[in-house]
Design a protein around this ligand. Structure first.
Ligand SMILES: [Zn+2]
Length: 296
């Protein structure tokens, strides 16, 4: 493992200040993620821009002034209503902001004030967008998946692999293991191949079995992206946890809503939630598996 660089510690900032800063930064990023979540899945390409136009009320079209656009606070101060027309503002907006704030805080608290925390923070943000676009629109937007894929591959050069798969293989194959960036990059590729490949396979089997498409190609791209950040072991764990979540919650949902079995579940949402869980709780599970299986 490479040395963790304590960025803020060098600057002599107290821990509480760093955590507060990360949380507030998370709220603001969450505000931007809201824009991505509501605009990227739209049908008309000209409506998908995440830069223009400025935010406006979906009901009365009044532009939202800056002081009504403060993450979390504005929603509370306006009691969840548009200042102009009093239409109800969806509680999803503050929920996404709060979730992103908490996730960034959790990254800082779990991984320390280091570049490693930054990697998992970026990944968390990508997952938040995918979780909600799939939940509301059954869409995992290409730009989000491609952004994650490219960023994950680039970051692989700078970080030790999350996974030991490539290192394990290299130790078997070569007398002198390749340098860390190479191992890390190969590990990311392994993860992408496993994640994308497995989801593609499941989709093909489902297609043969039910005679129709059960999964979009978006899930395949999403899991390839997840694989780039995680490497193969945690990617497999993500698919396992995501399928379990999907089965349990899906069954519950069908029972409660009495929907027929053709109801399309947001599998991407479950995979996204699973990936978030694996970021913070995956390490003990992977370590346990490696010990029990005798690999480590
Ligand atoms: Zn309004």
């Amino acid at each position: 493992m490479q040395e963790v660089q304590p960025l803020f510690e060098q600057a002599g900032l107290p821990q509480a200040l760093i955590y507060t800063f990360t949380f507030v930064l998370g709220l603001m990023i969450g505000s931007f993620l809201n824009v991505c979540i509501s605009r990227l899945p739209r049908e008309k390409p000209e409506e998908r821009s995440i830069v223009t136009p400025r935010s406006h009320c979906p009901k009365c079209n009044a532009p939202i002034v800056w002081y009504d656009n403060i993450p979390l606070l504005s929603y509370l101060l306006l009691a969840g209503k548009c200042r102009n027309c009093k239409a109800k503002i969806s509680a999803v907006y503050p929920a996404v902001e709060l979730l992103t704030g908490l996730l960034l805080f959790a990254c800082a608290a779990t991984f320390g004030d280091s570049f490693v925390a930054l990697k998992w923070a970026i990944f968390s943000c990508v997952l938040v967008v995918l979780i909600f676009t799939d939940m509301f629109d059954r869409i995992l937007p290409d730009p989000v998946n491609y952004f994650g894929l490219a960023t994950g591959l680039l970051l692989a050069f700078f970080f030790a692999p999350a996974d030991s798969a490539a290192g394990w293989l290299a130790a078997k194959l070569f007398a002198y293991p390749p340098p860390m960036p190479v191992l890390s990059f190969v590990d990311a590729l392994f993860g992408a191949a496993l994640g994308g490949g497995l989801l593609w396979l499941v989709g093909e089997v489902y297609l043969k079995w039910r005679g129709r498409e059960g999964m979009g190609f978006g899930d395949v791209k999403m899991m390839a992206m997840v694989g780039v950040f995680f490497g193969p072991l945690r990617t497999f764990l993500t698919i396992l946890v995501g399928s379990l979540l999907g089965s349990v919650l899906g069954l519950l949902f069908i029972l409660l809503r009495r929907k027929d079995s053709d109801y399309e579940l947001p599998f991407g949402t479950f995979l996204g939630i699973a990936a978030l869980l694996v970021i913070f709780f995956g390490t003990p599970v992977v370590d346990w598996y490696l010990r029990v299986s005798g690999i480590r």
